[in-house]
Design a protein around this ligand. Structure first.
Ligand code: LRH
Length: 445
């Protein structure tokens, strides 16, 4: 038996999982789960990065012997280090409003041509533009993305894991390295950005255990963890966000692709994650917080009996936290006292429809045809969402595994250690044999 630890930090919780590999199977155990609660200080929304670090260390203290550790988290956010390697302030949350109205001296066309990235107001490039005039930024020597910052604290080694670096808006989608012309045009010192390292490489050691670079962007690990067969599948990594798209060998940088706001993020093994950020379960999570966390199963059952009302969930006005139920009710033309079941139905229906639009457009623009939709992540547990997505897409939905991100993280470590072999198709075959997947067939209504 060979064991590995995955640290997976999501927007609302972090977890440490141990994966044990024996006889071609993986057994997954959670050793620690801890809340990730952002903190507003002086009007700015921050991540509690030291609390997350502590949660990670507590979890790692409970894994028993493992051969290696891999860390993944949400994308785009970073910490700045001074010349002594100390962290300059708490990393800012991508849902903070500091990028509102930030403009760059570079056109959207040129940015897309270089980076292939969907325009999202919180991409690192806009956050850096908002931070440029601060005293912290003036003395900053290094910018480290969240998993790279935690890896630096564990090992003392500095680097920028490729899949996560690809979400910053500073990486050249073709060369897969920082774009020197872009940095020059933006007036960013190249030395701010550490060398790019590929998933599967060894970062260093923490107390005698190797730290392996995985797809440190959680979505990159989740896509590795999709138990798909062949290539004609769409995936939805569904949690706080729905990341909806295809796995392609090459980026698609056409005008149509930019207009439809599709991103070309870097995947494991040189793949391109051609996808769109759809608002995901965030609005429902925020409503649930307001409603005092009612039982989700019961809420969805009641929601399934409500009338569907559809809103444009991708409207950026749903990005910030707070007041969500009221914002959804207003957008849906529902009364301010609309019931949780009505609002839940509206969010889930709107999300299913947004899934369909993204999958249809991704196929049209890329020319890749799909015959199944895989839903992985926490959303795979949401039966109403899975069924409505199948109905909306007119395609079978294959739901699970819920822990695709941790599994993707662990598979890349296990392959780097020589425990398993093969390309992504080979890794996915292991998942198909060992993970529970629930099939939802479309019902014509
Ligand atoms: C999902 C995710 C997504 C990013 C967002 C910032 O956790 O990493 O892929 O766009 O967070």
């Amino acid at each position: 038996m060979r064991s590995f630890a995955a640290v997976d930090l999501g927007a609302s919780s972090g977890r440490v999982m141990v994966g044990r590999f024996a006889d071609g199977a993986i057994e997954l155990t959670e050793t620690h789960r801890f809340a990730n609660e952002p903190v507003r200080v002086g009007g700015t929304l921050h991540w509690d990065i030291l609390g997350l670090y502590r949660g990670m260390l507590e979890g790692l203290g409970r894994t028993g012997p493992v051969e290696s550790i891999g860390i993944d988290s949400w994308a785009v956010d970073y910490g700045l280090l001074d010349a002594s390697g100390s962290l300059l302030g708490n990393p800012v949350h991508y849902r903070d409003g500091r990028t509102d109205g930030v403009r760059l001296d570079i056109s959207d066309e040129r940015l897309y041509e270089i980076t292939g990235l969907q325009k999202l107001p919180f991409n690192t490039i806009y956050q850096l533009a908002a931070a440029r005039a601060t005293p912290q930024f003036e003395v900053a020597q290094q910018m480290l993305l969240i998993p790279d910052l935690l890896a630096y604290w564990l090992t003392g080694e500095i680097g920028a894991e490729y899949t996560n670096a690809s979400t910053t808006g500073l990486l050249d989608v073709r060369t897969r390295d920082w774009s020197a012309p872009l940095l020059a045009e933006l007036g960013l010192r190249p030395s701010l950005l550490p060398p790019v390292r590929p998933p599967g490489s060894i970062i260093g050691e923490y107390r005698g255990t190797k730290l392996t670079a995985v797809g440190s962007h959680d979505t990159a690990s989740a896509v590795v963890g999709v138990p798909a067969f062949g290539q004609n599948f769409a995936y939805i990594s569904c949690g706080t966000w729905s990341l909806v798209g295809l796995e392609l060998p090459e980026p698609v940088l056409s005008k149509e692709s930019r207009a439809a706001n599709f991103t070309n993020e870097g995947g494991v093994d040189g793949t391109i994650r051609y996808l769109r950020n759809v608002m995901g379960l965030w609005p429902l999570q925020e409503c649930m917080r307001e409603w005092g966390s009612p039982d989700i199963g019961e809420l969805l059952r009641r929601a399934s009996r409500e009338k569907p009302v559809v809103i444009d969930l991708d409207d950026p006005s749903f990005l910030p936290p707070g007041d969500m139920a009221q914002r959804v009710a207003k957008a849906a033309g529902l009364p301010p006292d609309a019931s949780p079941a009505q609002l839940t139905r509206c969010i889930v229906d709107s999300l299913a429809l947004a899934h369909r639009t993204a999958i249809e457009q991704a196929q049209e623009i890329s020319g890749r045809h799909v015959d199944a939709v895989h839903i992985v992540g926490g959303g795979a547990r949401n039966e109403l969402l899975c069924q409505l997505t199948a109905d909306a897409c007119g395609l079978p939905v294959l739901a699970g595994p819920v822990e695709a991100t941790a599994l993707g993280n662990l598979l890349i470590q296990a392959r780097a250690a020589g425990v398993i072999e093969g390309d992504l198709a080979g890794l996915r075959a292991v998942l198909r044999e060992t993970q529970r997947v629930v099939r939802y067939d479309p019902v014509r209504r």
